[in-house]
Design a protein around this ligand. Structure first.
Ligand SMILES: Nc1nc2c(ncn2[C@@H]2O[C@H](COP(=O)(O)OP(=O)(O)OP(=O)(O)O)[C@@H](O)[C@H]2O)c(=O)[nH]1
Ligand SMILES: [Mg+2]
Length: 245
């Protein structure tokens, strides 16, 4: 099968090169039974992220790049990426993956192993036994992360422990291809699209598995998450809760 890891980037020039090397030269070499590729969706970073990816693509033929006109939000970047992976790259599964090393490339093997067992949706979860969030995070950040996920879980009745994880694998056939991959149909162009997509995947009946991940501290560069993401997440949870079915 063809599995595409989608990495949205905005000003990740410090980190993207070594991340692509780790994926292509280490992780993917251990996955023999699938064709592994990467799609970077860059928000026209002024720091030269896309140029680094272009240079790497000469070395890695399964590395693809989309450069957006401008930074439009991580949700907008992912819908463009998922659509491209399905329509142009003919992916059988897509993996959502951050470009700042907060996700461990080696964990991709564990997600793929669950896909091989027949799961449609594999969630890298920070809040199951063996999972963790960065110990360096301030208490307010730890609390917000936990509280946000729990609010989504209980208000929407989601049977998962980490409703806002950014690291997951989705089967395309019958599932990712049926997501609202259109900017007019997503409730948020920012981080909160994750809650909507989780909700939709479960509604589609995806056979779901959560596996533990250690969510690491950013290795460099700077965070793009803002206070707006908190209100936006609350809006998405309520909009889904009160939406006419
Ligand atoms: N193309 C694109 N990529 C984005 C955008 N916003 C964030 N990203 C990328 O999406 C990934 C996750 O964003 P982060 O800023 O790390 O968000 P976060 O992990 O919630 O926050 P930190 O824990 O502080 O890193 C990173 O690779 C970012 O570069 C955007 O608007 N457009
Ligand atoms: Mg991050």
């Amino acid at each position: 099968m063809k599995i595409i890891t989608i990495i949205p980037t905005y000003n990740e020039s410090e980190l993207i090169g070594q991340l692509l090397d780790a994926l292509f030269e280490k992780t993917f070499k251990d996955i023999q039974n699938h064709q592994m590729g990467v799609l970077v969706v860059d928000g026209n970073s002024p720091d030269g992220t896309a140029e680094i990816v272009k240079t790497k693509s000469a070395k890695y033929p399964n590395l693809n790049l989309i450069v957006e006109k401008e930074k439009r939000g991580i949700g907008a970047a992912y819908i463009a990426g998922i659509k491209y992976a399905i329509e142009k790259l003919r992916a059988d599964a897509v993996i959502e993956f951050d470009g700042d090393w907060q996700h461990n490339p080696e964990d991709i093997k564990r997600l793929v192993a669950e896909f091989d067992k027949g799961y449609d949706y594999v969630i890298g979860s920070r809040y199951v036994a063996g999972g963790s969030i960065p110990k360096e995070w301030a208490l307010w950040r730890k609390s917000l992360s936990r509280l946000g996920g729990l609010t989504a879980k209980f208000v929407l009745g989601l049977p998962v422990n980490d409703a806002t994880s950014g690291f997951k694998l989705s089967r395309v056939k019958n599932f990712a291809e049926r997501l609202p991959l259109d900017e007019s149909r997503i409730l948020s162009k920012y981080y909160a699209y994750k809650i909507q997509f989780l909700y939709e995947m479960l509604r589609l009946g995806a056979k779901t598995k959560e596996i533990s991940i250690k969510f690491l501290e950013r290795r460099g560069g700077s965070s793009k998450s803002t206070l707006r993401d908190i209100f936006d997440s609350l809006y998405v949870v309520l909009a889904l809760r009160f939406r006419k079915k």
